[in-house]
Design a protein around this ligand. Sequence first.
Ligand SMILES: Nc1ncnc2c1ncn2[C@@H]1O[C@H](COP(=O)(O)OP(=O)(O)OP(=O)(O)O)[C@@H](O)[C@H]1O
Ligand SMILES: [Mg+2]
Length: 465
Amino acid sequence: MACVLIIDDDTRMCRVLEKLICRMGHTAISTNTIHDGLAEIHGNQIDVVFLDVNLPDGNGIDVISEIRESNSAPEVIIITGFGDGQGAEMALRYGAWDYIQKTVSPEEITLPLKRILQYREGLKKNRANPVALKMNEIVGKSTSIKNCYDLVAQAASNTANVLITGDTGTGKELFSKAIHENSARRDNRFVVVDCAALPETLVESVLFGHVKGAFTGADAIQEGLVKQADYGTLFLDEIGELSLSIQKAFLRALQEKCFRPVGSKNEIHSDFRLISATNRNLDEMAKAGSFREDLLFRLKTLHIPLPSLGSRTEDIIDIALFHTKKFCSQSRVGIKGFSPEFEVCLLHYDWPGNVRELINSIQSALSASLNDPVLLPIHLPLHIRIKSTQAKLNPPNGDSANHGLDIISQPQPTSFRETMKIAEKNYLKQVLSTTNGNITKCCDISNLSRSRLYGLMKEHQITSR
Ligand SMILES: Nc1ncnc2c1ncn2[C@@H]1O[C@H](COP(=O)(O)OP(=O)(O)OP(=O)(O)O)[C@@H](O)[C@H]1O
Ligand SMILES: [Mg+2]
């Protein structure tokens, strides 16, 4: 038996829906405002929400995301008296299951409800069967990350192309490995290609291989990475960095699973499964003409958008504890605990470098703590303590006392994007100069992955020397 919530200020409509739902054997709760509806959602286990658009205290569409991100993550059916195409698009983009008009027949109202309940039953069965997924290194219980686990399970059960997107350090490589390790290809190779680090002149031969004498320096035949992934998984990291000409060649290899090594007359075959990842917006790149639309269409047969760590604060302490245990056992010291202030500090920081930054901060706190059995804020890097303290003073609603002073003391930027680009470039130059161009050290200091660092250097036309 499912629990269905109705949020509609039209009480007559509430009664009609209640009757239909009860006749199907489910429980119905009605509320007439967004405020009361959200209170029900946050206090109960709700499976489905029938949500009106024009409500006395706001627009239903605006709260779809909040409803979907709540603990029981109910599906939302928008039910409106004044349906329009634009509203429908918005609703679906925000995560609604369906968008229907109040004038439709009772069957058209109950059908999406039946479908949702079947779908959720399937999800529950998958979740109740943990042997299906081996996720040793992946930690997190937030709704948004659990949705990603479902997608990993789906991806592992077939060979569809997968695109993983997310900001730096959100776990794109970790999740792609999890797909491979849970798939039928797990006993074959997982081949990583860092597209940002491929030199333009060699990219074709690195991917597709070459024959002896194909170009100066090609002294021997070389197998390409695409062939190495035969029967296994090919992971194209930072795929947004591939040039248009390589995108064209790769599209063909992806469609035909056949390609020609550089200098060869014959095509060879590779049965690879493709997973690609990027932190760039490929849709925007495709619109701007820098990424092939036909390739993008094929890459994202299944799309896994990884959430930022800042958007799922409930996972921060679990991930920090997991890595603390791991580091302590690796260095054979007793497991250290967290003081409450240490946890508060972790929770108040916004983690622009996501999980990678959190892990690095834990590692540096552990080494700063020496023989202390408990971690304190003082053990954390200074910039985290500063940001975290500032966040406590400036809550997100912006009602802090010194807000005005902050604005006066800052130079007025031109545009946000432009200002960030300049800061990014200056930062890269500074890190490269302090490390004398040592990429490994740059990655340690900046919390950037190697491929992300190369990508940024390429974007700003900076070299390591
Ligand atoms: N949910 C998680 N639980 C535990 N560890 C995680 C989780 N997500 C990521 N990590 C860890 O965070 C680090 C960064 O992950 P990963 O390299 O997969 O990120 P990425 O998205 O590929 O980053 P980039 O865009 O910078 O290449 C790794 O050490 C990984 O093991
Ligand atoms: Mg990566």
